[in-house]
Design a protein around this ligand. Structure first.
Ligand code: F6R
Length: 369
């Protein structure tokens, strides 16, 4: 079923555009986001005072990105918690809280147990899931299925971009009910979402080969850092997780602002550091801060690989390599910035001759706590 692809991971990365498009399909009506599966829940969404999102691994990183959009558009406070931490700390949730679980497989035991605990405490539960009929959606009050298609490779790729898309659709759905976004903003966001598949295709067509070449040159690397700010921060975490998972290289993701509070001590000559650079026009303040972070690490000899908007000239003098992504609004950029990181992790595992689909010690769905 791999078709002509060398691995399921390669196939699934190539399907990232469709994963986003299929998640949006049927959920935009008359210029507004309406998720049919959430019909009848308007009163619930109008009344909740807080949202907690639970998940593990990559799913939890998509939740971190989703938090920014839900808070910005729907104006509801959102907490993101690793499912296994939530479950065992007597969490403060009740009937006024919506607990959203995110899971590709819908079978992750840690996440399932968190959902059961939320239910026991009287919270309403919503599952955002990629697998029809799985256990977690069956145990939840409501479900929004992503339509990314089956994901076979252990490392999650197309499900991650679909998860963020699903959370954004949820945010716009709830924002419509609560009246917290103007029709113009709703229309802009829908346009941004609709444009994502072509922009991801642009990356695959224009940058994939160069990224794989870069990964090849870096096959002997022992340690890699990933930095980002705002929605770029969870993307840095995702880039690091994917690299550890399939190429067995030590990798760590940091919030760029945290550098001077400790991690900068790790920087030594030649250390590769990936930096997710915000858009200079969409987020000028964040952009300036990240460029100055790049200067700090470069001054200490780091080899900087920037993931930056195609037209961003300001970053060029400061980076050793620039992986380009198309222009998108600040909230939409993470769905593009993660694509080069997925390609890089796969490229590096391939360069080391590893089985990218079946990394050691890992299973596709973790059904034990
Ligand atoms: C990362 C990865 C894992 C899963 C995590 C949650 O590439 O595959 O971190 O994301 O185990 O799995 P689901 O989403 O099935 O609950």
């Amino acid at each position: 079923e791999k078709g002509g692809w060398s691995s399921f991971m390669a196939k699934e990365i190539s399907e990232e555009p469709e994963a986003v498009a299929n998640t949006i399909l049927g959920r935009v009506h008359d210029g507004q986001v309406v998720i049919p599966e959430l019909d009848g829940l308007d009163e619930l969404f109008a009344g909740i005072s807080r949202i907690v999102i639970v998940g593990a691994g990559t799913a939890a990183y998509s939740a971190f990105v989703g938090k920014y959009a839900i808070e910005q558009w729907a104006r509801i406070p959102v907490e993101v918690e690793l499912a296994h931490e939530f479950r065992y700390r007597d969490p403060l949730v009740g009937p006024d809280v919506l607990v959203i679980s995110i899971s590709q497989s819908g079978e992750t035991m840690d996440t399932l147990m968190a959902v059961k605990e939320a239910t026991r405490l009287g919270a309403k539960t919503l599952s955002i899931c990629n697998t029809q009929g799985a256990t977690i959606p069956r145990e939840s009050d409501a479900v929004v299925y992503l339509h990314a298609g089956p994901e076979v490779a252990v490392a999650s790729t197309k499900a991650f971009v679909a998860q963020i898309t699903g959370l954004y659709l949820f945010a716009l759905h709830v924002a419509r009910i609560r009246g917290t976004v103007t029709p113009e903003l709703q229309a802009d966001a829908i346009q941004e979402l609709a444009d994502l598949p072509d922009k991801i295709r642009w990356i695959l067509e224009n940058e994939q080969e160069r990224i794989e070449q870069l990964a090849h040159w870096m096959a002997d690397t022992r340690s890699v850092l990933f930095l980002g700010r705002h929605v770029g921060y969870p993307i840095a975490l995702e880039g690091a997780l994917k690299l550890k998972e399939i190429s067995y290289i030590h990798a760590e993701g940091f919030a760029a602002g945290e550098l001077k509070h400790g991690p900068i001590a790790l920087v030594e000559p030649g250390l590769p550091v990936f930096v997710v650079v915000p858009s200079p026009s969409g987020a000028p303040v964040l952009h300036a801060k990240v460029v100055s972070n790049i200067q700090e690490i470069r001054a200490r000899g780091a080899r900087v690989i920037a993931i930056a908007e195609a037209g961003d000239a300001a970053v060029l003098p400061h980076a050793d390599e620039v992986l380009r992504i198309p222009l998108a609004g600040p909230l939409f950029e993470p769905i593009l910035a993660v694509v080069p990181l997925h390609i890089f992790a796969m490229g590096l595992a391939n360069a080391k001759g590893l089985d990218v689909d079946q990394p050691r010690n890992l299973a596709k769905s973790v059904t034990v706590e």
